[in-house]
Design a protein around this ligand. Structure first.
Ligand code: 2NE
Length: 270
């Protein structure tokens, strides 16, 4: 498959193929653990995915066949967060979570190995997870001095249920891809050699569907958990659709033409 580079970064690869934007965490020596710079690059790539009209679906994965992502890079964990190159402690992976959730396009986690700790949270926040049969899932936070009580807990619980989510966090054990699928936090498990083909097929199918319909489904499914922020995203898209209608155009035109708007011409749907 001929992936072409969209933009060069230090910690990630960002590529394109037939409507798919693929972001690969490219730090295999540390099992694709992220540092603050990795997250800054992912945020930049996600913003490009949002803007580009020719990208319909985003795939997030890790380099190699060992790990999807092993969470925060313990080598740069300091006091107050993960230390960025300018010495500032950060937890900016949370910004990546928000960006994935807000992106008005499907984001697919293509899990090619360990999805552990903050790497597990990353797949949890994606819309769909497709895993290879060698993938391993689990949290480690309470074992290594960390936790994610945000989407990494609440959204996980909406996949696997409250009891399982507590087990996953309280025990910090690892789970096979098959176990993860049975729990409801993985959509499909395939052989590693088939992982990319299957993911691309799922992307191609999604891209045949109405983008606006998928967008509204994602917004609606997010809204319940995201509270007022989720409603805001949903409402923003309702406004977008209203702006596409003659009724909204009439309001703007009347203002510019210094006349009363004629809204009575528009239907009042039951
Ligand atoms: C992933 C796992 C289970 C793999 O185990 P194994 O035995 O197959 O490999 P190994 O030897 O542990 O790891 C391979 C290499 O990758 C590095 C290791 O240090 C090792 O390097 P060398 O010794 O070969 O030089 N590596 C792996 N994970 C790393 C990491 N996170 N940071 C830096 N180097 C890492 C096993 O490696 C493992 O359990 N890794 C640690 C997972 C972990 O605890 N991650 C942090 C959790 S906290 C977090 O991510 C977080 C959060 O909870 C909330 C918000 C934000 C972040």
């Amino acid at each position: 498959r001929n992936w072409t580079s969209i933009k060069s970064y230090t910690d990630i690869k960002f590529e394109f193929f037939e409507g798919i934007g693929k972001i690969t965490i490219n730090r295999p020596k540390v099992y694709n653990a992220f540092r603050p710079e990795t997250n800054m690059e992912m945020l930049d790539a996600l913003e490009i995915c949002r803007e580009r009209q020719d990208i319909g679906v985003v795939v997030l994965t890790g380099e190699g066949d060992k790990a999807f992502c092993s969470g925060g890079d313990q080598n740069v964990k300091g006091v107050g967060g993960y230390i960025s190159e300018n010495g500032v402690p950060r937890l900016n992976v949370l910004d990546v979570h928000k960006a994935i959730r807000a992106l008005p396009k499907p984001v697919i986690a293509m899990v090619n190995g360990y999805a552990i700790g903050g790497g597990h949270v990353l797949h949890v926040v994606c819309d769909i997870t497709i895993a290879s049969d060698n993938a391993r899932f689990g949290q480690t936070g309470p074992k290594v001095g960390s936790f994610d009580a945000g989407f990494g807990s609440s959204f996980l619980a909406s996949h696997v249920g409250q009891k399982k989510a507590r087990e996953i966090w309280f025990l910090c054990e690892q789970y096979t891809a098959d176990e993860a699928e049975k729990m409801g936090m993985v959509n499909k498990v395939v052989a590693l050699k088939d992982l990319e083909d299957t993911t691309v097929q799922w992307c191609q199918t999604m891209m045949k569907r109405s983008p606006l319909a998928l967008r509204m489904i994602k917004r609606g499914l997010n809204a319940e958990l995201d509270g007022q922020r989720g409603l805001m995203e949903f409402a923003g898209d309702a406004t977008l659709m209203y702006y596409l209608m003659e009724e909204a155009q009439e309001g703007k035109r009347a203002f510019l033409e210094k006349r009363e708007p004629n809204f009575q011409q528009f239907p009042k749907f039951p």
